[in-house]
Write a protein that binds this ligand. Structure first.
Ligand code: ATP
Ligand code: MG
Length: 660
């Protein structure tokens, strides 16, 4: 096959070949919603032949107050789904279960970080709580279209706050509870929020994070906010500003117990949410009601193959899109029992997650590759002392998962028995786009496999022409889907330019991918992070996976540094397994790792330089920020946006590592 690399920046070279393949057990297939590859392929083909009919049928599974007149009105880049339809997502997530057979089923099973703290909230109770919270917001004069910032920890009231906003048609903007005051102020100002819902403090790894105090600082620079509602969680004393600040429990105690759901237009905004900031300054994406509700509902049902008796645990914080779609809206719309854990995975010790799974008989577990790599680093002994036999399905999201981490997840957590759904999607897509249906699609470690029904991804060059199977290119989506973001808040031009102008007629994801002979998609990393070595364009994923496959390597990030001879040279930042760092000759290990990569995927990908470090810079959602490493490797300094950086000491430590 002819290489087109090095000219127009179209093409990515792919060198990694992963041949392992895992088929779901007969037992799993027998009970699955979709139980064979042939059935998946047949239903997928039908969904693509007539996507409007497909999505309309799915929408019929939700409660609507008024029917839609048209399924889709599409004028690139503006989509309207379920035109004229009226519904309310809080009603769909709560009322229809609370007023039906699931009234006494546990909706939220909450585990606090301090051991022993737990709450079980049935759908009936959730219905009551949500109505009181919604009435409380209405009593402050908050209503349809108002923007409400939510800056809370992972308490049940966070989910209740989100649902209460949806109930009255207020647009929520959840800000992850680890952000600093300036990040809150930016987001509150961007959306001109009228209220902030927060709590006194939250627990994280045994220490208290002072949320209310941080909100107070943020609001010095955010004049649009008229009301602050404060949940008492840790009991720490906080300053309350008269006229502006209200205690949650006092407001709710005086609130009307009945609060009707606002009939929302399918295209009314549901929320604003900012991206993780992996590639630059975060974008505030706007999601609307009908299409978002339909796709999150349906993907949860099929991708997690939900069953009535499941105990479903997605470890994402509600501050990220994964928490919006797969802690709150998707699973609750399905009437699932959702486990929510307040704290850190390593508190009070490294086995906390496994202890929770054992104790609560979790059956579906959905987490991120960054967490899985941390579990591996912490050591198998923490896993092995727990009985994880209640698990039947595992999922991942957020970054490409290295095949070695995938295999570990399957063996150690899934006991070799649970299918793994590697789900590719984005804040912008609102819902899962590419993922195996677990009873139907055989999985390959590191591949997100095949598209969800009604979704048409492609791998193309810049002109929009599909690249041949086996070579890498740009991942695009060829047609609109219901849960797509409708705009960047206040900046439709940025929306058009970022997503709808690079590849003619297509949505451009910003990610590189390869499609193999079976049509499986393999994500190769961000197109912005592509490294150009002697005219060969390499994605970051494959080189990093080769490094992670070495027994002494825990995690790796590779970036390109300008090089007179090759165009760019590969610099690899590597964290070692704890034991490897302490013992042995690090110089020799650097040489060994360079040889290892050359051997695994070819001399072309051989790193020019290896730097050992004990931390990699990550976003607060746990993703590696290669752009900062690239700056460091190139100029020795960092000037880019660091507002979403998780741990500022990481940069200082990286510089020290460089000097040592
Ligand atoms: P920003 O857009 O601000 O740079 P971000 O892209 O990290 O931040 P998110 O919307 O949280 O913000 O992440 C979506 C991205 O995460 C995808 O575009 C992709 O790069 C990566 N991703 C998510 N899931 C997967 C997956 N299963 N496999 C590979 N990559 C994934
Ligand atoms: Mg992104």
């Amino acid at each position: 096959m002819e290489s087109q690399s090095g000219n127009s920046g179209n093409h990515l070279e792919s060198t990694l070949r992963e041949n392992r393949i895992f088929t779901p057990s007969e037992e799993f297939c027998a009970q699955a919603h979709v139980s064979s590859l042939a059935e998946y392929r047949e239903r997928y083909a039908r969904s693509i032949a007539d996507p409007e009919a497909f999505w309309a049928e799915a929408a019929g599974e939700l409660d609507w107050f008024a029917p839609w007149s048209r399924v889709l009105d599409w004028q690139l880049p503006q989509a309207k789904w379920f035109v004229d339809g009226k519904l309310n997502l809080c009603h769909n997530c709560v009322d229809r279960h609370a007023l039906g057979e699931r009234a006494d089923k546990t909706a939220l099973l909450w585990v606090g970080e301090p051991t022993g703290e737990e709450r079980r909230i049935s759908y009936r109770e959730l219905h009551g709580e949500v109505q009181k919270a919604a009435s409380a917001l209405r009593s402050l004069g908050i209503g349809k279209g108002d923007r409400v910032a939510i800056y809370m920890g992972m308490t049940p009231e966070l989910a209740i706050a989100v649902l209460a906003c949806a109930r009255i048609g207020a647009i929520h903007s959840v800000i992850f509870g680890g952000f600093a005051a300036s990040a809150i102020a930016d987001r509150v100002n961007d959306a001109q929020c009228v209220a902030v819902l927060t709590q006194d403090g939250s627990w994280r790894r045994g220490t208290e994070i002072p949320l209310k105090q941080t909100v107070d600082q943020a609001l010095e620079q955010a004049p649009s906010v008229r009301h602050v509602v404060v949940l008492r969680r840790t009991g720490t004393p906080v300053a309350m500003q008269a006229g502006r600040d209200h205690w949650w429990h006092e407001l709710v105690a005086g609130a009307d117990a009945v609060c009707a759901s606002e009939p929302m237009d399918a295209e009314d905004p549901l929320y604003i949410l900012y991206t993780s900031g992996t590639t630059g300054k975060p974008k505030g994406l706007v999601h609307t009601t009908g299409g978002y509700g339909v796709q999150t509902y349906l993907t949860t049902k099929f991708v997690f193959d939900l069953r009535e008796e499941d105990v479903y645990w997605c470890t994402a914080d509600i501050g990220w899109v994964t928490g919006h779609s797969y802690v709150v809206y998707g699973p609750l719309a399905n009437g699932a029992t959702v486990l929510m854990y307040e704290g850190a995975p390593n508190f009070p010790d490294f086995s906390r997650f496994w202890q929770i799974i054992e104790q609560h008989k979790v059956s579906v577990f959905y987490t991120a590759p960054t967490a899985i790599r941390a579990f591996i680093k912490w050591g198998d002994e923490h896993v092995e002392k727990h009985d994880l036999s209640s698990l039947r399905l595992l999922g991942t999201v957020g970054e490409p998962i290295n095949p070695e981490a995938w295999i570990w997840y399957r063996d150690k957590i899934g006991g070799g028995r649970c299918p793994i759904v590697d789900t590719w999607w984005q804040t912008e897509t609102g819902g899962i786009m590419v993922a195996p249906l677990p009873g139907a699609v055989p999985t390959k470690p590191g591949s997100a496999t095949l598209p969800f029904f009604g979704v048409e991804p492609d791998v193309v060059d810049r002109s929009g022409k599909p690249v041949p199977a086996g070579s890498g290119g740009l991942l695009v989506v060829r047609r609109p889907w219901p849960s797509m973001a409708r705009t960047v808040y206040g900046d439709p031009e940025r929306y058009r330019k970022t997503y709808w102008s690079d590849v003619p007629g297509c949505y451009f994801t910003g990610d590189g991918a390869r499609r193999d002979e079976d049509g499986y998609l393999w994500l190769m990393g961000r197109v912005d992070d592509v490294i150009n070595v002697s005219g060969h364009r390499l994605g970051t994923m494959e080189v990093e996976s080769a490094l992670v496959a070495h027994p002494k390597v825990a995690e790796a990030a590779v970036v390109g540094r300008p090089d007179d001879l090759k165009g760019q040279a590969i610099v690899a930042f590597v964290t070692l397994e704890t034991a490897a760092r302490a013992a042995g000759d690090l110089e020799a290990l650097k040489q060994e790792l360079k040889r290892w990569v050359a051997q695994e995927i070819g001399a072309l990908a051989r790193p020019e330089e290896i730097r050992f470090t004990d931390v990699l810079p990550k976003t607060r959602s746990g993703k590696i920020m290669r752009r900062l490493l690239r700056e460091l490797a190139t100029t020795g300094k960092i000037a880019g946006d660091t507002t979403t950086l998780e741990d500022f000491s990481a940069l200082a430590r990286l510089r020290e590592d460089e000097e040592s």
